[in-house]
Write a protein that binds this ligand. Structure first.
Ligand code: GLC
Ligand code: CA
Length: 511
């Protein structure tokens, strides 16, 4: 299967925008499209070339918009479809690209398809979701909704109990109510998914980040059915939208790429050991020097070897589902962490506010199905004015409270300060952009995996060795020669074949 890849993906650095928390222009305490447009220059100035925006469709917001009520309509609180189209245009006017968040696995219970599918009489939507054929039978291995429909059956849910699972069929149906991928219901669901994609691609979006992409076909342990489904989508894209970019939330890049995605996210849950680096008691990137990156690297290399030359693995700085980096790392530690994130293969993703070290807001009540995730979703801190410049509403009206610390970091101050985290992140992005060996497709070879972590990035034009030393202790690295082109943290000196790297530092050496 051929996978066409848009040129701009070759060297993209993404910025994730959580629309409700980015910038509010009509003082209702919730971010909106106009707010995002007003901050595009900020994102561009940071050096990011592309945006992933979390779900922005009509929704009762029981799971922050991952519970879609109408796939064809922008959530009115953000603006109209026309406003969203304008956002696409403004992004393109700045030579950037934007991915929407596609939620193919489930809808909100308020979606009209679900309401129809709950009816006792057969209709167009009867088979749109995964239903058993008796209220007393639960779908094995899945949670379900039962007792609220006239229809005699239980409906499988994919995530929260307000998110009924759309029906793409079972890989190997075992029970009478389990449909196969080739049955009419599942086929109609897939066609509708393509219609949704077609609708937004025609309007000007550049592709999709796909939510829970690996979960669509049920009883599909090896992912074979789901891979086949995405290959079908890829054929449609090749034909109609060959430039559309596709990123999956799957966590198994070999499967995702086989399904026709360009890139797969490295997930913070499951077997990745991602949190060993950033978010645990002694993360690898803390100065204590007690952490380890070994298990992370073992998994990473396994996946990298399976996918080398075929697509990308994306390592995010964070996202709307995990704690802020700043909950476990201080500013100097975060700088070294970004030196790593921005010099790895694949496309880096920076979660809004991570570039200024926004903190996890402790002890706040769950908002929009966020639960413990709510603290990482607080409104962006732009400056030191009212509500940190996020909104001119009264502070109580903000839909999530902000970091109460009077010294909370803000973008404006950090832009003006050359030693701030944001300035460091900006320089590291620029370094990546001007050195091909640091970019998405250049090869990686790991040379040392403890303190320090040493890896060599190579492309035709260039070789750069990156030494990452998060621990407090200075280290000497032997058998390295070349020119130091950039350092983060303490000074680094390269003499002869030896490089001396201070604690909590990173150094880039061109060979
Ligand atoms: C993904 C999203 C998460 C959401 C879930 C269900 O993991 O990132 O925020 O709650 O899917 O759609
Ligand atoms: Ca608003």
């Amino acid at each position: 299967m051929t996978i066409k890849q848009p040129k701009w993906l070759d060297n993209a650095v993404f910025y994730e925008i959580y629309p409700q928390s980015f910038c509010d222009t009509n003082a209702d305490g919730i971010g909106d499209f106009a707010g995002i447009i007003s901050k595009l220059d900020y994102i561009k100035e940071l050096g990011c070339t592309a945006i992933w925006m979390n779900p922005c469709f009509d929704s009762p917001f029981g799971d922050a918009g991952y519970d879609v009520r109408d796939y064809y309509k922008a959530a009115p609180r953000y603006g109209t479809n026309e406003d969203l189209k304008k956002l696409f245009m403004e992004v393109h006017a700045r030579d950037m690209h934007i991915l929407l968040d596609l939620v193919p696995g489930h809808t909100s219970v308020e979606h009209k398809w679900f309401k129809e599918s709950m009816k006792a009489e057969k209709n167009t939507y009867t088979d749109r979701y995964v239903w058993t054929d008796s209220i007393w039978e639960e779908p094995k291995g899945m949670n379900c909704i039962r007792g609220i429909s006239d229809r005699d059956g239980s409906c499988a849910v994919n995530f929260f109990s307000n998110q009924p699972a759309l029906n793409y069929g079972f890989y190997k149906p075992e029970l009478p109510w389990q449909q196969s991928m080739d049955d009419e219901g599942p086929k109609a669901t897939l066609e509708e998914l393509k219609n949704i994609m077609r609708f937004w691609l025609k309007m000007g979006c550049d592709g999709f980040r796909v939510d829970m992409a690996g979960s669509l076909v049920k009883l599909d342990e090896d992912g074979k059915g789901t891979i086949k489904l995405w290959q079908n989508v890829r054929e449609f894209l090749n034909k109609e939208f060959p430039d559309a970019a596709m990123v999956s939330e799957w966590g198994e890049p070999d499967k995702s790429l086989m399904g026709g995605f360009h890139m797969d996210f490295l997930l913070h849950f499951g077997p990745s050991h991602y949190n060993d680096l950033f978010r645990c008691e002694n993360p690898y990137f803390s100065k204590s020097g007690k952490g380890t990156a070994k298990e992370f690297l073992a998994r990473y290399k396994e996946n990298y070897n399976k996918t080398d030359g075929r697509g990308l693995i994306c390592i995010p700085s964070g996202n709307h589902d995990m704690d802020r980096l700043a909950r476990t790392l201080d500013v100097e530690e975060m700088k070294v962490a970004f030196a790593f994130l921005l010099s790895m293969p694949g496309a880096p993703f920076i979660y809004y506010g991570d570039e200024i070290g926004m903190r996890y807001v402790e002890n706040i009540t769950s908002v929009e199905g966020g639960y413990n995730r709510t603290g990482a979703r607080s409104p962006m801190q732009w400056d030191d004015s009212v509500n940190a410049g996020f909104s001119s509403a009264s502070a109580e009206k903000l839909y999530i409270p902000q970091d109460p610390d009077p010294n909370r970091p803000n973008a404006k101050a950090q832009c003006a300060d050359p030693v701030s985290l944001r300035s460091e992140v900006k320089r590291l992005i620029a370094l990546r952009m001007t050195n091909p060996a640091l970019q998405s497709c250049a090869k990686i070879e790991f040379i040392a995996e403890d303190y320090p972590l040493v890896y060599k990035r190579t492309c035709e034009a260039q070789t750069i060795t990156v030494i990452i030393n998060p621990g407090e202790k200075a280290v000497d690295v032997e058998d390295i020669s070349g020119k130091v082109i950039y350092t983060v943290g303490g000074k680094a000196t390269a003499e002869g074949c030896k490089c001396h790297v201070e604690g909590c530092s990173a150094v880039f050496i061109e060979m």
